[in-house]
Write a protein that binds this ligand. Structure first.
Ligand code: 3EB
Length: 451
């Protein structure tokens, strides 16, 4: 377990890598970084520019503190400057928490494939032995920067974090064991999309096993596929991914999950994001939950406005996409909702074709209805539910960079200013312009209470 002192010991390497002192002084305001700095967070050891933009949410679950961070650097400079600023911001946010924190999983969004090796080096130098499970995804951040980081951290006073290997990190607290696994980034030439996808699922399974879990413990997957809508030999790569996922999932007892659901005997698939990346190949990760507690339950959410993805008609895929619209995890009185990538689909059709604003509105309405108390009640949890105000963070994938401002305006109007990253990515249907995923935290309503 790390103490603040041991965290401080790691930093010199990073400071050494800091290529641009501009980031560390107040001179930032001079070139356009004019973020208001709340007094509590300023101080001699807190660079005003870095602390000015606070894109994080703190979630206290019992004794355990979790922090969700969405960091986009503001100050410019070359790629190393930007990466350094983003990493420093994460470090500074964690230092404010008053207890030692560790990053458990992060997704790093990069503008250019050429920056991946530099990013890998910088991140390894910065995190050392405590490298989180890290995905490097080539999806240009919309704000025009070379990098943006989405990261989860946990307080280590009451949680034990283990960094097993590059593909496996586990976190334990309160009788819960979360397993974060990655399937590697598969770039091999000459592999079909089907083989690549199947191999990624096998890799995830192998990592989960090393972490003491099985694939039927998985609650959430992320699939970043290169050339997602490209046709190879007449078949779209995303369709091949779906075929491989269907075949792989056929061997997983999702109808008999260790963590109870109301749906025994019915397959309960993980929540998921399936989206494009500018890299070739496939980058995958998943999150699993293992527990012996008897007050932990799962509820897969389907959307009253949408056909379930696994019931999509054949025109979209011979083998339908096997994922739930969201997965609600109830631990005692806390309900965490992992919302799948959600798009402007009503029933099974794309709506607001060619209209990014309309698609964003519809997507947010889809999320709102998905997590609403009425939907929870319909699906069997009468005392649970959430609103858009309960979102801790969102990730917004935009197909065309030119739609970014409009999309962001809609998101900010309906969601307020919450931690968000906007990145350019191909959504898996040619007519979809926006996809949004997020995580919401809520508590169950006590009997006899009205709220
Ligand atoms: C959709 O609703 C949009 O293949 O795992 C969203 C979330 C989408 C997950 C996946 C695909 C996936 O069909 C696309």
């Amino acid at each position: 377990m790390s103490s603040p002192a041991s965290l401080a010991k790691e930093t010199p390497i990073c400071y050494h890598l800091a290529p641009d002192k501009r980031l560390l002084d107040a001179g930032c305001a001079a070139h356009g970084c004019s973020h208001a700095v709340p007094g509590r967070f300023s101080g001699p050891d807190m660079p005003p520019c870095l602390m000015g933009v606070q894109h994080h949410t703190v979630i206290d679950l019992g004794k355990v503190r979790r922090v969700a961070m969405m960091v986009t650097p503001q100050c410019g400079g070359d790629f190393k400057d930007e990466a350094w600023e983003a990493l420093s911001t994460i470090r500074a946010i964690l230092r404010q928490q008053g207890e030692p924190m560790e990053v458990t999983m992060q997704t790093v969004f990069l503008r250019s494939r050429e920056d991946v090796p530099t990013a890998e080096l910088l991140f390894e130098a910065c995190y050392g032995e405590k490298m989180p499970l890290t995905l490097f995804v080539v999806q240009p951040p919309c704000e025009g920067r070379g990098i943006a980081i989405e990261a989860w951290a946990v307080g280590t006073t009451h949680a034990k974090v283990e960094h097993h290997d590059e593909h496996l990190v586990t976190v334990e607290y309160d009788g819960l064991r979360w397993i974060y696994a990655s399937g590697g980034s598969l770039h091999r030439e000459g592999r079909t999309a089907y083989d690549q996808s199947f191999e990624a699922f096998e890799n995830l399974q192998a990592a989960l096993r090393r972490g003491g879990a099985a694939f039927e413990d998985v609650v959430r997957t992320w699939l970043y596929q290169g050339c997602i809508t490209e046709e190879v030999d007449g078949v779209e790569r995303y369709r091949e991914l779906n075929r491989a996922r269907t075949d792989f999932f056929a061997g997983i007892p999702f109808d008999n999950r260790p963590v109870p659901t109301l749906h025994r005997g019915q397959a309960v698939y993980p929540a998921s994001t399936g989206i494009g990346t500018l890299c070739h190949g496939l980058i995958t990760a998943c999150m699993a939950l293992h527990t012996k507690r008897d007050d932990v339950f799962l509820l897969p959410l389907e959307n009253p406005l949408q056909t379930s993805a696994f019931d999509y008609p054949k025109e979209y895929s011979v083998k339908s996409p096997k994922f739930a619209r969201a997965m609600a995890v109830r631990t005692g009185e806390d309900v965490t909702i992992w919302i799948s990538g959600t798009a402007s689909i009503v029933n099974s059709e794309t709506v607001y074709k060619g209209d990014a604003v309309g698609q964003t509105e519809q997507t947010l309405t889809n999320i709102e209805k998905l997590i609403a108390p009425e939907n929870f009640a319909r699906l069997g949890w009468a005392d649970a539910g959430a609103t858009l105000a309960d979102l801790a963070k969102v990730h917004v994938y935009v197909k065309h960079a030119t739609d970014y401002e409009k999309v962001r305006a809609v998101c900010e109007r309906r969601l307020g200013r919450l931690p968000a990253i906007y990145a350019v990515a191909d959504v898996c249907r040619p007519d979809l312009l926006v996809e949004i995923e997020g995580v919401a935290f809520s508590r169950v309503r006590k009997p006899n209470s009205e709220a």
